[in-house]
Design a binder for this molecule. Structure first.
Ligand code: MN
Length: 209
């Protein structure tokens, strides 16, 4: 099938650039149109104000990661879909977290989408950096979604089954993410983990969604 030119297939943009804001704006508009949701409905589903959603759709706002995560959860779509479009060729793909970190906005949690969600593979791999003292409770994902968290630097606590568990460097946990869970850094140095989020079976979002 001939490939149509794809306006979303632009290279990743650094933090806060107009290109990134434009990708965010397009993605949110497309998702909302795809579901036939009004701004009011989108605000109700995501817990993000109608005003903020409108600003993002007009590329006037650079939301925090926490806000993006609420939007992604409300739309039941992978976070990385908002940060970067998937690469569509099958070539080897080399990535450097250092070049991807701190997008899309300054926040106590930095997200580097090492491998953004791609429907062919059914997962996204994120590098997460938590500043000292940062705590994040994650909204439940769709049924069937699993997270695999591996600490690569520092010490991280993960809220699984209602209990905070400590993971040191090199330690990992897999847990069902269709229920409340969270991450926090009680140390005085940044904690870095890789979070492999698998969207399997019925939890797999549509391509490009
Ligand atoms: Mn999560």
């Amino acid at each position: 099938m001939p490939k149509k030119p794809d306006a979303t297939a632009t290279p990743p943009a650094p933090a806060g650039t107009p290109a990134l804001a434009a990708h965010l704006a397009r993605t949110l508009q497309r998702l909302r149109a795809g579901r036939g949701w009004s701004l009011d409905r989108a605000a109700a589903e995501t817990g993000v104000s109608k005003a903020m959603l409108g600003q993002i759709e007009r590329a006037e706002s650079s939301p925090t990661v926490a806000t993006l995560w609420r939007i992604a959860s409300g739309f039941r779509t992978p976070l990385s879909a908002f940060i970067e479009p998937p690469a569509h060729d099958g070539k080897p793909l080399f990535r450097a977290a250092a070049a991807l970190r701190d997008r899309p906005a300054s926040d106590p949690m930095w997200v580097a989408p090492l491998f953004p969600y791609d429907a062919r593979f059914g997962f996204e791999l994120l590098e997460l950096t938590l500043a000292p003292g940062y705590e994040r409770r994650s909204e439940p994902h769709l049924a069937g979604v699993f997270e695999h968290v591996t600490v690569v630097r520092g010490t991280l606590q993960v809220l699984v089954d209602g209990r905070w568990r400590t993971l040191n460097e090199g330690e990992a946990v897999r847990f069902p993410a269709d229920r409340p869970h969270g991450y926090r850094n009680r140390g005085d140095a940044p904690a870095v983990c890789h979070d492999l989020i698998c969207y399997t079976g019925g939890a797999a979002p549509a391509a490009g969604d």
